[in-house]
Design a binder for this molecule. Structure first.
Ligand code: SF4
Ligand code: MG
Length: 319
């Protein structure tokens, strides 16, 4: 199940176009019902592109994504229609998801009616419930998106997506901008839907602490590739890729007794237009060997569910 997403990229001279850039390259993912996969990495690593491609909302040139036995990448019109009913994307952009003319309560109620998840006379009560859960309260049912702040809009978008009780949700940085207490409530709601309706989730985030709390598995992306994947606790306890280790070291320590300073990874990822030769992470890797600069990019491999794309033996990776 390898997924590749290409982007055409135009040069600066009109009419001159460069070959397509691989924004996401040979990624392979499979998800079980109820499973939560965290997708982490810096901006520009391809996380959002991959998330949209999985739901067939983005360009997809080759590859496949399996969910519950269905190949999302090769779905026909009928399957796509089913995909639209059974999956939801929770946006990073709070305004893009809502119709500006529709009252918030109607926008959420519409979803409940179309998807038939609750009886007609229960719609209003469920709308109020959902608004309560995302920390807005029933009073907001009468507002229009234009009356709301960005954070409030975002919460309406979340309520609307979850009203569908989707089988698979892709949540792209969906709680990053919110208050910690609202974050907690929304995370609880996501967890509740996982157990109650078996909703699977791809949770795209910068915040590794939330991923650790919420996700069974984690996949780490760097420049369009997955460089490490495995059960969340295993990956956090003993990362096998120096990039993952650096992301973990960059988590601010909230335990006051161990006040180690967060140690951010220096530098920016290079442009996907000019991938470094060898291991694409080598210019920023504190453990790079001479070989890493010239050899073939290491494949994602490992025994069992924990895999990494690094030539170092697992025990050599420094956390
Ligand atoms: Fe670092 Fe080399 Fe491993 Fe790449 S292959 S992550 S450069 S040690
Ligand atoms: Mg993004």
């Amino acid at each position: 199940a390898d997924l590749t997403v290409h982007f055409g990229s135009r040069g600066l001279i009109p009419g001159f176009s460069r070959p397509p850039v691989k924004a996401v390259n040979a990624v392979s993912l499979s998800l079980r019902p109820g499973e939560a996969l965290g997708l982490v990495g810096e901006s520009g690593s391809g996380k959002s592109t991959l998330g949209r491609a999985i739901l067939r909302l983005g360009e997809l040139t080759s590859g496949s994504v399996l969910f519950d036995g269905v190949d999302m990448a090769h779905a026909g019109a009928e399957d796509i229609a089913r995909l639209r009913r059974e999956t939801a994307l929770i946006f990073q952009d709070p305004y893009g998801a809502l119709n500006p003319r529709m009252r918030v309560g109607d926008a959420i109620g519409e979803v409940l009616r179309v998807h038939g998840k609750v009886s007609a006379d229960a719609v209003e009560a469920r709308v109020h419930d959902l608004l309560e859960i995302v920390g807005l309260g029933p009073g907001f049912a009468h507002h229009r998106p234009g009356d709301l702040s960005g954070g409030q809009c975002q919460r309406v978008g979340i309520a609307r997506a979850l009203a569908m009780e989707p089988k698979l949700v892709v949540a792209d940085e969906c709680v990053a901008a919110l208050d910690v207490s609202i974050q907690g409530q929304i995370i609880n709601l996501l967890m509740e839907l996982r157990t109650r309706i078996g909703m699977a989730m791809i949770f795209i985030a910068h915040d590794l602490a939330i991923v650790r709390r919420l996700c069974d598995r984690v996949a780490v992306m760097y420049l369009g590739r997955i460089v490490e994947e495995g059960p969340t606790e295993t990956v956090f306890a003993a990362p096998r890729h120096p990039y993952t280790a650096s992301l973990i070291r960059a988590i601010p320590d909230i335990d006051p007794d161990r006040r180690l300073p967060a140690d951010p990874l220096p530098g920016e990822p290079p442009s996907p237009l000019a991938l470094p030769p060898g291991c694409a992470f080598h210019p920023r890797c504190s453990q790079a060997l001479a070989w890493c600069r010239t050899g073939a990019p290491p494949p994602l491999e490992g025994q069992g569910p924990h895999k990494a794309a690094c030539i170092l033996p697992p025990e050599a990776v420094v956390l």
